[in-house]
Design a protein around this ligand. Structure first.
Ligand SMILES: Cc1cc2nc3c(=O)[nH]c(=O)nc-3n(C[C@H](O)[C@H](O)[C@H](O)COP(=O)(O)OP(=O)(O)OC[C@H]3O[C@@H](n4cnc5c(N)ncnc54)[C@H](O)[C@@H]3O)c2cc1C
Ligand code: FES
Length: 279
């Protein structure tokens, strides 16, 4: 069910249940809708979060639904809206429209190995995918998470990464632009594509989900294709300026596709032909 099934342009007021500082410039808001209808959404979908008088920003869910009415967004400071959101406190209200978009096609990955490649804040929309895969562990083959950050201070969800690593259910590999200190989740120095060598599953039986800067996703997709993975099983999440979220304003259009409605998740094979994207 939609957060606002009546009119997707009309925001609902959500209450801030909890605010967590994740890194120097990133924080998470746990929000709850004061409504009796259960909130449902898929990993990879997004909300438009707004502060009256300032504006709205597209933000992916960084959790699965929590109970009937709560969810989390992890937000990196970028400009006016994200800065205004960083000033809210427990008990404050923010405007929410959504959920929008299609989400990661986790059903298509059933019975297959899953490789997740995240760069920076791109870990946020992929965290609910990891939750989902671990909750439904038996439905999938081997699971690998390759995560690239600039420095140790930029690692998101560090405690969870350590738990996942210890669980043995998912292989977790970290790369860092800066030289990592010894013992930081076994991090290697370099960009995230250097971790692709560690993929130890046949790519023909694998689905890849990747989110991060477009240039990173382009290199990830190209290298995986060279190594034998089909572009129709590599899924990327695109970022475009969003306004309506409902395929009406045209702000997010790429060729004939609306990122807000047809995406933000696309098979690489479907999107790479559009000349106006980096992909
Ligand atoms: C589907 C989707 C999901 C997203 N999920 C998250 C998330 O989970 N967490 C998160 O922190 N951010 C996410 N973003 C990015 C987020 O929407 C922007 O950072 C935010 O809108 C910036 O708003 P602002 O008013 O704070 O900054 P602005 O003042 O609007 O922008 C600050 C700077 O960022 C650039 N910028 C802003 N938005 C975009 C964009 N969409 N694409 C390229 N450049 C942009 C501007 O050109 C400017 O240079 C997502 C974006 C999309 C489209
Ligand atoms: S945000 Fe308006 S068409 Fe996509």
């Amino acid at each position: 069910m939609k957060i606002n099934p009546g009119n997707p342009l009309l925001p609902l007021r959500a209450v801030v249940l909890h605010k967590t500082r994740e890194t120097e410039n990133t924080f998470s808001l746990k929000l709850s809708l004061p409504d009796t209808r259960p909130v449902t959404f898929q990993p990879g979908q997004f909300n438009m979060l707004g502060i009256p008088g300032i504006g709205e920003a597209a933000l992916s869910f960084s959790s699965l639904p929590i109970g009937k009415r709560s969810f989390v967004h992890t937000i990196r400071l970028a400009g006016n809206v994200t800065e205004a959101l960083s000033r809210v406190s427990k008990g404050d209200r923010v405007h929410v429209r959504g959920p929008f978009g299609n989400g990661w096609p986790v059903q298509q990955a059933k019975g297959k190995n899953v490789v997740i490649v995240a760069g920076g804040i791109g870990m946020a929309p992929l965290r609910p995918v990891v939750y989902y895969l671990l909750q439904n562990r038996k439905s999938f083959g081997k699971l690998l998470l390759l995560y690239g950050v600039r420095s140790e201070e930029d690692i998101l969800y560090r405690d969870e990464l350590e738990d996942w690593l210890k669980s043995g259910e998912i292989k977790v590999l970290l790369s860092m632009d800066e030289k990592p200190r010894k013992g930081i989740l076994g991090a290697r120095q370099g960009v995230v594509t250097t971790l692709l060598d560690a993929i130890d599953v046949p790519l023909a039986d694998t689905v890849t989900f990747t989110c991060g800067p477009e240039i990173m996703m382009r290199f990830v997709a190209r290298q995986l294709i060279i190594r034998g993975q089909g572009g129709n099983r590599i899924f990327v999440s695109l970022e475009r300026r969003m306004k309506c979220g409902t395929a009406h304003c045209g702000h997010c259009q790429i060729g004939a596709k609306y990122v807000c409605k047809d995406g933000p998740v696309f098979a690489y094979a479907d999107i790479k032909r559009f000349a106006d994207t980096l992909l």
